[in-house]
Structures are given as C-alpha cells and as structure tokens.
Design a binder for this molecule. Structure first.
Ligand code: DGI
Ligand code: FE
Ligand code: FE
Length: 186
C-alpha cells in the first residue's frame, strides 16, 4: 500500500481502517471487511491524471471518469482490488466504489465506509468530534450531514455535483423522514 500512497494518504487510510472497524462493531456488520475496505479504499487516490485515465480504459470503467481523477479514484480503486488484489467480495468492492459520492440506497456497510472516510481521527476540521459521536448514534444522520457538507463544498468551489451524490442525498433524506414517521405512528 505504501508503494501507491503518499504519507498523508497512508495515515488517512489507517485512520479510516480503524474508524470503519469500530463502526462495524457498533452496527453489527462484518468487522474484517470494514477494516480491509477502510485500509484500501484510497489505493488509487495518488494516481496522476494520465495513470487514472489508463486504468479507466484498462478496466472498461465509465467514460465520464476520463479526466476526472478525483471522482475516478474510488471506481479505479475497486477495479484494482478486484483484478490485481484478487478481491471477489462484491459487497466490499461496492463499499469502495461508492465511498466518494455515495449512492441511492446504501447498505449499512457502504454507509460505514462513506462516513469513516469523512470522520477518521486525522481529519482535523472543527466539529469532527461531534460528527464522530453522531456516527456512533445514528449512521443515516451522519451520512446526511457529510453529504450536505460535501455538496456545499462543491458548490462553493463551482464544481459539478455528480448524479450519484444527488441521488444519495435525496435517498437518505427520504429514509430519515420515513423512520421519523414510523416512530410517530407508535
Ligand atoms: O479520497 P478522499 O480525499 O479521502 O475523500 P473522497 O473519496 O470523498 O474524495 C473527495 C474528492 O471527491 C474531493 O476532491 C471532491 C470530490 N467529489 C466528491 N463528490 C463529488 C466530487 N467531485 C465532483 N465533481 N462531484 C461530486 O459529486
Ligand atoms: Fe477517496
Ligand atoms: Fe479517503
């Protein structure tokens, strides 16, 4: 892993590994899988644009990823884990695939990686501790908070928002609303 990643990314990956394993423990998903996915989720993050594009073509990934290495790294990473590391667990590959944008109808395991990526201990933003606490109490709410933050950041930077990012947010909002409605019926 060290061969592929710079120092910051290496330390971040170990942080995500630890956070994902601890959330898997709390939410009763496969701890080993969360640990592994956390460790390797950014394996393609440090590729330059040319390398990223080469992998997108090599593994027949979506053409829209050409020229966009920040969106491509999660899909390229999953392809590398599948074809070069021999990972054949679809759930694990899906976790890595959607860790950057999220997607509609994420599983608990997918949410755990998505959230862990944003809240691991080395992410030094104000409010980190509160978000870590929220993640331990309500994973959907933590997901939504991170999605809102990401969308705001993209808007601020004038970047296009990916379809999966929008759909992920809309879905989570509905899921949270439904849970609240169900709670009131009782
Ligand atoms: O790889 P990390 O830095 O740990 O985190 P990440 O996988 O969430 O990647 C963050 C990057 O992805 C950041 O540069 C913004 C970009 N990104 C996330 N969602 C979208 C996006 N970029 C675009 N254009 N559209 C999105 O919806
Ligand atoms: Fe990433
Ligand atoms: Fe990451």
């Amino acid at each position: 892993m060290k061969e592929h990643l710079d120092e910051y990314r290496y330390v971040h990956s170990l942080g995500v590994q630890k956070m994902a394993a601890s959330l898997a423990e709390i939410y009763g998903t496969d701890v080993e899988k969360a640990d592994f996915a956390g460790r390797y989720h950014d394996i393609a993050k440090c590729f330059d644009q040319e390398t990223s594009d080469r992998y997108v073509r090599k593994y027949g990934l979506d053409e829209s990823l050409i020229g966009n290495r920040s969106l491509a790294h999660s899909k390229v990473g999953a392809a590398i884990l599948e074809h070069e590391f021999g990972v054949d667990d679809e759930e694990l590959l899906d976790m890595v695939r959607c860790h950057t944008t999220g997607k509609a109808g994420m599983s608990t395991a997918e949410e755990i990686l998505y959230v862990s990526d944003a809240i691991e201990d080395n992410r030094g933003y104000p409010g980190l501790k509160a978000l870590q606490k929220l993640a331990r109490e309500d994973l959907d709410e933590a997901c939504l908070a991170i999605m809102e933050f990401s969308v705001d950041e993209l808007v601020r930077k004038g970047k296009p928002i990916d379809k999966d990012t929008i759909e992920a947010r809309d879905y989570i909002i509905d899921r949270i609303r439904e849970k609240k409605n169900k709670g009131q019926e009782k």
